[in-house]
Design a binder for this molecule. Structure first.
Ligand code: ZN
Length: 481
C-alpha cells in the first residue's frame, strides 16, 4: 500500500508561504559560510529561503562607508568566511545564487556619537541611541539605509536575485528603565516634546509626576519592568483599570477611587495613540527619504514584536491593519511574532517572524556583544563592574536567553495563521526564519576581545577612593532590563 498523506502534510505544504532567512548580525557570516546558512535553514524549515535579510549596520558600526558620516565601520564589516571581503561581496554572493535581498536597519544606531540626537528619558538623562523622531536623526538613518539600497541595486544589476525590500526593526525604539519604583520611559527630547505637545497639548505634563498614568500598566521590579500589553484598539478606560487592578499595579496610587483611575486611564490611552502616530510618522519620513527617486521602490517593511501594544516599539499592532484601498499606507508589509497574540492582519500583508518577541532578545544579545568589546563602555556603564570571565558568563547567559526563545521545527509552520487567499481572513504571505544558532553564538563569544573593565583594574572595593566611588555611581545608574 502506498503511503498516505495526512492533514498535517497538506497543511504544511499549503500554509508555509514565502520563506525569508534573517541574518541578524554580520558575525554570522564570519563564523559560517553562506551555503552553510542556507543548508541549515533548509534543514530547520523544510524549504530553502527565497530571500535573505542583511543588516546595513551592527550595534558597533556601519557595514559600509556613508558619504558625510564620520561614524565608525563595524569590525564585523570585513573578514567574512569564504573569502568575502565586504558588504557588496556578501550581497553579490547571495544574489548570484538566486536569493533576493532585504536590507534591515535598527534605526537607533547606537554608535552615532552626537548627543543632540540621542534619546532622553522623562527625568532628562540622555542615552546613546538615536531618537527617530528628531528630523536630524532621520537624515542620518535615511542616509545609511539609502546608501545600502544604492549599493545593493548596483551590485545586483546582473544577478537573478534583486533588492526586494527594506526592513525597519522597531522593537526597541523607546526603551524603558526604572529606579525606586519610578519609571523612566524614553523619549522626551525637545523634538518628541514638540510633537506630543502639538498633537495633544498638556499631555506630557501629566507624566512628569509620580505616580502617573503609566503606573496603571507598568511596574518597576528588581529585574526590570513588569508590563501589561493587552491594550486592544477597542480597549476602554474601564478595561485598563480592570487590567491594572487584576495585577495590583493600581496599589501605587494614593487615590484609588474609580473616577480618578478612569481619568488616569484616559490620559494613558491618549499617550498610546499619540506615541503610535509619532512612531509611524518617523518611520514614514525615514522610508520616504531613503527611497526617494528610485525607479522601482522596494517593499517597505516594519518589524515588531507582535503584542497588542508594544511599549518599546511605541505601536499598537491593530492600528497598522488598514484597508489598502482607502489611503496610501507608508508601509507594505509587517513582520511579527505570531505566537504572542491571536492577532492576524486582514488587509496588510504580513509574515510570521519565527522567534518569540521577534528581534527583541536577539538584538539585546548583539547590543551586549558591542558593549562588552567597547573599552569606554567597559569603564563607564554597568558592565564596568564585571571582570572578564563574568562578562563572558553574562554573554553566554544572554545567548541562552535568545536561543531559548527561538521557535524551531517546521511543524510549527503548519499552525501559523492561514496564507492569504480568497477564502481566508488572513493576509499572511509567508514566514521569516533566523540564521542565529547556539554554535555560531558560542564561536562569536569565544572570538571576542573583551577589554578589562573597572573591576579588573581596581581590586577590592575601596569606599575612600572618590574616583572609584564616582565610577560606581555612574555604573549604578545604568539599567539593564
Ligand atoms: Zn525624542
Amino acid at each position: 500500500m502506498a503511503r498516505r498523506t495526512f492533514n498535517l502534510q497538506i497543511q504544511l505544504a499549503q500554509n508555509r508561504g514565502g520563506s525569508v532567512m534573517d541574518i541578524p548580525h554580520p558575525a554570522l557570516l564570519r563564523y559560517s559560510e553562506p551555503q552553510a546558512l542556507i543548508a541549515q535553514f533548509e534543514e530547520a524549515w523544510g524549504t530553502k529561503p527565497e530571500a535573505v535579510v542583511l543588516p546595513v549596520a551592527a550595534a558597533d558600526g556601519l557595514m559600509f562607508k556613508v558619504e558625510g558620516l564620520s561614524e565608525p565601520i563595524s569590525p564585523y564589516a570585513t573578514g567574512f568566511s569564504a573569502g568575502l571581503r565586504d558588504f557588496q561581496d556578501v550581497v553579490y554572493t547571495f544574489a548570484k545564487a538566486g536569493f533576493d535581498i532585504y536590507l534591515l536597519i535598527i534605526p537607533t544606531l547606537q554608535f552615532v556619537g552626537t548627543d543632540a540626537l540621542h534619546l532622553i528619558d522623562i527625568v532628562g538623562d540622555g542615552s546613546a541611541q538615536l531618537c527617530v523622531s528628531n528630523p536630524r536623526s532621520q537624515d542620518v538613518i535615511a542616509a545609511v539605509l539609502g546608501t545600502g539600497v544604492d549599493l545593493t541595486i548596483e551590485t545586483t544589476k546582473n544577478t537573478p536575485g534583486k533588492l526586494k525590500g527594506v526592513v525597519m526593526d522597531i522593537v526597541d525604539l523607546w526603551p524603558m528603565g526604572g529606579h525606586n519604583k519610578r519609571l523612566e520611559l524614553t523619549c522626551f527630547c525637545p523634538s518628541c516634546e514638540k510633537y506630543i505637545e502639538e498633537h495633544k497639548p498638556g499631555l506630557i505634563r501629566q507624566f512628569k509626576t509620580f505616580p502617573n498614568p503609566w503606573n496603571l500598566l507598568l511596574q518597576v521590579t528588581a529585574t526590570g519592568i513588569s508590563h501589561i500589553d493587552e491594550i486592544h484598539l477597542n480597549s476602554t478606560t474601564s478595561d485598563i483599570v480592570g487590567l491594572s487592578r487584576q495585577k495590583g499595579f493600581d496599589e501605587v496610587f494614593e487615590d484609588r477611587t474609580m473616577p480618578f483611575l478612569l481619568d488616569q486611564a484616559e490620559i494613558l490611552l491618549d499617550y498610546i495613540e499619540v506615541r503610535h502616530n509619532q512612531t509611524i510618522a518617523a518611520v514614514t519620513a525615514i522610508f520616504e527619504q531613503a527611497l526617494q527617486g528610485l525607479d522601482s521602490v522596494p517593499r517597505r517593511i516594519i518589524l515588531t514584536e507582535g503584542s497588542y501594544y508594544d511599549w518599546t516599539a511605541g505601536i499598537q499592532l491593530e492600528r497598522l491593519d488598514r484597508p489598502l484601498s482607502q489611503e496610501p499606507l507608508p508601509y507594505d508589509e509587517i513582520w511579527f511574532d505570531p505566537s504572542s497574540t491571536e492577532l492576524v492582519m486582514k488587509y496588510v500583508p504580513f509574515r510570521s517572524y519565527m522567534w518569540k518577541r521577534a528581534r527583541y532578545y536577539i538584538d539585546a544579545f548583539f547590543d551586549l556583544v558591542a558593549n562588552a568589546t567597547d573599552p569606554v563602555k567597559r569603564a563607564t556603564i554597568g558592565i564596568a563592574r564585571m571582570k572578564i570571565p563574568e562578562m563572558r558568563g553574562l554573554l553566554k547567559s544572554r545567548l541562552s536567553q535568545a536561543i531559548g526563545t527561538a521557535m524551531t521545527g517546521y511543524t510549527s509552520l503548519a499552525s501559523l495563521p492561514d496564507i492569504k487567499s480568497d477564502s481566508s481572513n488572513s493576509a499572511r504571505i509567508g514566514f521569516v526564519g533566523v540564521a542565529l544558532t547556539r554554535e555560531i553564538g558560542d564561536k562569536l563569544i569565544e572570538g571576542l576581545n573583551i577589554p578589562p573593565g573597572l573591576a579588573d583594574i581596581t581590586s577590592a572595593p575601596q569606599s575612600d577612593n572618590p574616583l572609584e566611588a564616582l565610577m560606581r555611581l555612574i555604573a549604578s545608574r545604568e539599567e539593564e532590563e
